[in-house]
Design a protein around this ligand. Structure first.
Ligand code: APR
Ligand code: PHB
Length: 389
């Protein structure tokens, strides 16, 4: 098989890149190790910045998002049982869109199927070759047959545990990592959200987040020890613990119901540098991870893809400037989102080793935030997303 861009991974990064390239007339093949149902079964984030919404619109998949997505003008931080609303729209002129990653992925899958481009699911033993030459290729095994795809470029959109980053020689890549000493236990339920906006809760028992997917579907999270097992958390135990971490008025409004999904995710900050190795590019979770507190994971994946799409379009138009600048441009935005996500995580969670001083610093930070217009504006600007540079 021959194509222009071989894309590894059919998560949001790979599928969005595939759609955008196709719009620009650039042929591509997406190679994914799992099945479509498996990919759609992973419950992930749900907040889109305007820059991500714009890219999805450019990829031609904004129609359902426009109908079903919920524009939010603000978010709420809760500290010491007090709710503090951050008026994102008043502070920045922008808002965010609540629309689940599962729905984004489903829309991208449908658009790709309709466009007739090749997507290979359940590809085994995916491997990337010769990306340090002008003739890279990808191989995989499907139904017992080994297939080779020759391409001009390989886009590594295969997530944190993918094969692309792992194939780069150790001396050519630097990895920066911080692992947090807790996880998030998430629960999805067909119950109306407890509040019309998201609530991020700092509590002595641990962080909690009240999020949503629609007016009838809620997504809640609880900070938990990394040693907790999801099987040991009954739905009842989850709801009881969430109620304890919410102010009494809010807890009284909480509607509970059976969980549709429950899972525990560790929290990590991670960046690989650079993001280009000859004719291999890393985009999305393959190149970086943020803790979910800042809602930046999917948005960074989208901005990486935006830069890479521009670079590849320019390349086929006769200029390599865009692909030469890809790594530097993407990383500049990534590090800003890493800073914000780390800061939000540090402010909102209970750190087992922080002690009384650490807790006082969180209280002081929160007091400062809500007494300083510039500090609040900075939070809002980062939350709605910094402009694409
Ligand atoms: N070969 C082929 N596909 C692979 C391989 C491999 N060796 N390894 C992983 N994959 C696939 C995974 O099965 C997955 O479907 O690559 C895809 C990567 O998708 P994601 O993990 O969703 O990563 P990305 O598309 O970059 O999306 C980033 O996901 O984790 C969230 O917060 C993150 O919202 C952000 C988004
Ligand atoms: C979610 O809805 O899953 C979600 C929302 C905001 C976050 C993280 C996760 O910061």
């Amino acid at each position: 098989m021959k194509t222009q861009v071989a894309i590894i991974g059919a998560g949001p990064s790979g599928l969005l890149l595939g759609q955008l390239l196709a719009k620009s007339g650039i042929a591509n093949v997406v190679i994914e190790q799992r099945s479509p149902d498996y990919v759609l079964g992973r419950i992930r984030a749900g907040v889109l910045e305007q820059t991500a919404v714009d890219l999805l619109l450019q990829a031609g998949i904004g129609e359902r998002m426009g109908r079903e997505g919920l524009p939010h003008d603000g978010v709420v931080l809760c500290f010491g049982d007090q709710l503090h609303r951050v008026d994102l729209h008043a502070l920045t002129g922008k808002r965010v869109m609540v629309y689940g990653q599962t729905e984004v992925t489903r829309d991208l899958m449908d658009a790709r199927a309709a466009s007739g481009q090749t997507t290979v699911y359940e590809a085994d033993q995916v491997a990337v070759h010769d990306f340090d030459t002008a003739h890279p290729s990808v191989s995989y095994v499907k139904d017992g047959q080994r297939v080779e795809v020759q391409a001009d470029f390989i886009a590594g959109c295969d997530g944190f545990h993918g094969v692309c980053r792992a194939s780069v020689p150790a001396g050519a890549i630097t990895e920066y990592e911080k692992v947090y000493p807790f996880g998030w236990l998430g629960l999805l339920a067909d119950t109306p959200p407890v509040h019309e906006e998201l609530i991020y809760v700092h509590h002595d028992r641990g962080f909690a987040l009240c999020s949503q997917r629609s007016t009838t579907r809620s997504r809640y999270y609880l900070q938990c020890p990394l040693t907790d097992k999801v099987e040991a958390w009954s739905d009842q135990a989850f709801w009881d613990e969430l109620r304890r971490r919410l102010p009494a008025d809010t807890a009284a409004k909480l509607v509970t119901g059976p969980s549709l999904e429950k899972s525990i995710a560790p929290l990590r900050s991670f960046v690989a540098e650079p993001l280009r190795f000859g004719r291999l590019f890393l985009a999305g979770d393959a190149g970086h991870i943020v803790p979910p507190t800042g809602a930046k994971g999917l948005n960074l994946a989208a901005s990486d893809v935006g830069y890479l799409w521009q670079g590849l379009t320019d390349f086929y138009g006769g200029s390599s400037v865009g692909i030469d600048r890809y790594s530097q441009r993407a990383l500049a935005r990534i590090w800003k989102a890493e800073r914000f996500s780390w800061w939000m995580t540090s402010l909102m969670h209970n750190f087992p080793d922080n002690g009384a001083f650490g807790h006082k610093m969180q209280v002081a930070e929160m007091d400062y935030l809500f007494s300083s217009q510039s500090a609040l504006t900075s939070l809002a600007e980062n939350y709605v997303g910094l402009p694409l540079l």
